[in-house]
Design a protein around this ligand. Structure first.
Ligand code: ADP
Length: 538
């Protein structure tokens, strides 16, 4: 028997319609390139977004066409987030930290029709503009002078559209709405295509109470860029709920962020561990300088949050770090690390240990792990490659015929992450399969060693990677960035690690470096480290 509920499609315009109807007077705040603050309401945002939809249609953009953005986090980007899916076209956010060669490859692979670029990013755009074929370049002006001839100004494009005549997309919810390429940490960038349905479901579920518990009263500042997995979906989630949204523009240094947290009374913020490490150092060095009492949650993901960082925020600054795991291919929310009722009764030490794990699968996401012996038991010790499935998990890559073996025959996505699963469902990411160190037939988790080393009082950052060894095949080596004015010996580091690890896990060598090479989304670039120390024989 068929159910008798409406066949109401889950589409992005439904999100915008709700914000416009119920939260029209709530605000969206942006720090502009000149550091001044721009403020307007959801009413204005929705009107301008629909104007842009109409204007893009006039420009010749039709359903399925890709519209790329090369932009920081700001209100115009939010308008584009809704305007492009609003006409059934595909929002394609470009990572402005990629090389011009990668950007050329991605724009050409996606066959973008229009590209919208921040005026402040034109120097980057100039480096690849002659190698791409787009029919229109739109520039978001920042008032620093005229835009180059041949380009269309964002404001003049907008004023060519009539919001009142525009009918938003209301077709099949499985239509593509947004596109994001993986940042290529492990190979050629690959295109992930989000559907209207996956975006709406992800928006609903990422707000759930056992996760971020986001509501209308929240003031949300995503430090995570809008080009990195749609700022983890936050612009969609927050618009659905009518939260106040605060966008930091290009100013992502700790002092600028801390000032915005304080003046805008931010309640929830999100970013990768390197951002939070930088902010923690500033807070530690300036006790009492910032009043961050409004913040109730700092979401961290993208790479493992060291336990010492979680403890540092909580104990020294009364700030709660919430750890989550995800990927471009998973929209990104896969798991989130709230504490179960049982763990809330546990000793603080136990709670911290759990909070440094990646948590349990979000509702509607299913997980399992597999090694050479098959599906691994949920025993907290057996490692295997994590596989996931769910309504916002990719089923294939855009225009990549062999899909690089990432999808199993029975419909799961192979993440490439090595994990353990506990009986209570908590997962712990031990490594990426390409980074795990294979020493004499055993696996050593670089992530665990890094997390521990970053707990040493002299260490600001530590990255662990494999170096070749004739006897053991591979051995771990650690690159260390020291905190200002600190020094440490190899013996001291080994003594610090010894109580927590088997002896063969201890790094074969340590090297002090000025900074750890990072990827375009702020993760440790292990491939560069392996290359740097390629001839270092253990
Ligand atoms: P890229 O694949 O190019 O690095 P993604 O942002 O999609 O870009 O990265 C996803 C990967 O980031 C995951 O497969 C995992 O290895 C890592 N990751 C994400 N969140 C966490 C986390 N909380 N702890 C450890 N690793 C994480």
């Amino acid at each position: 028997m068929k159910g008798l509920m409406m066949d109401f499609h889950l589409t992005v315009p439904v999100i915008l319609r709700r914000a416009e109807t119920l939260c029209a007077n709530k605000t969206i705040v942006t720090r502009l390139p000149d550091k001044s603050i721009h403020r307007y309401t959801y009413r204005e945002m929705a009107t301008r977004s629909k104007q842009l939809s109409a204007a893009l249609k006039k420009l010749g953009v039709s359903e399925g066409d890709r519209v790329a953005t090369l932009c920081w986090n700001h209100y115009q980007h939010l308008e584009i987030y809704f305007a492009v899916p609003g006409i059934g076209a595909v929002l394609h956010t470009l990572n402005l930290r990629l090389s011009p060669d990668d950007l050329t490859y991605i724009v050409n692979h996606a066959e973008d029709k229009v590209i919208i670029v921040d005026q402040v990013l034109l120097p980057l755009f100039d480096k690849f503009k002659d190698r791409i074929k787009v029919s229109h370049v739109v520039v978001i002006e920042n008032g620093t002078g005229p835009i180059p001839a041949g380009y269309t100004g964002y404001e003049s494009l907008l004023s060519s559209g009539d919001a009142s005549t525009f009918t938003p997309f209301s077709g099949d919810e499985n239509t593509a709405a947004a596109m994001c390429y993986t940042s290529g940490t492990t190979g050629q960038p690959k295109g992930v295509l989000y559907s209207h349905r996956s975006i709406v479901l992800h928006s609903m579920l990422s707000a759930f109470t056992d996760g971020m518990a986001i509501g209308e009263a929240d003031v949300v500042l995503p430090v995570v860029p809008m080009f990195h997995v749609n700022a983890w979906g936050l612009p969609f989630t927050c618009t659905m709920l009518g939260c106040t949204q605060v966008f930091p523009g290009p100013h992502l240094d700790p002092a600028s962020l801390l000032e915005l947290y304080e003046t805008e009374k931010v309640t929830l913020t999100a970013g990768v561990p390197t951002i939070w490490m930088g902010i923690l150092n500033v807070l530690d060095a300036n006790p009492g300088k910032y009043n961050l009492s409004s913040i109730r949650c700092m979401l961290v993901g993208g790479s493992a949050a060291p336990r010492s960082m979680i403890v540092g925020y909580q104990e020294r600054h009364n700030l709660r770090i919430l750890h989550a795991w995800g990927m471009t291919e998973t929209s990104p929310l896969g798991s989130i690390c709230g504490l179960t009722a049982e763990l809330r009764k546990a000793a603080p030490e136990v709670q911290y240990t759990y909070r440094a794990k990646q948590g349990v699968a979000a509702p509607l996401v299913e997980m399992r792990a597999r090694n050479e012996n098959g599906i691994v038991p949920w025993d907290g010790t057996t490692m295997g490659e994590l596989e996931v499935r769910g309504p916002w998990i990719s089923s294939a890559y855009y225009n990549t015929p062999d899909d690089e073996g990432k999808f199993t025959a029975d419909g799961w996505f192979r993440t490439g992450d090595i994990v353990t699963l506990e009986a209570n469902g908590y997962i712990e990411i031990k490594d990426r399969s390409k980074d795990v160190i294979k020493s004499g037939g055993e696996w050593i988790s670089s992530v665990q060693l890094e997390g521990a080393l970053m707990g040493h009082p002299a260490v600001a950052e530590a990255a662990v990677f494999a170096i070749p060894s004739e006897k053991w095949m591979e051995r771990p080596m650690a690159a260390i960035v020291l905190k200002e004015g600190k020094s440490v010996t190899v013996e001291e580091l080994n003594t610090f690690l010894e109580p927590h690890f088997a002896k063969f896990w201890l790094p074969e060598a340590y090297e002090t470096v000025k900074e750890i090479p990072k990827t375009s989304v702020g993760k440790f670039k292990k491939s560069t480290l392996r290359e740097m120390f390629r001839n270092y024989k253990a």
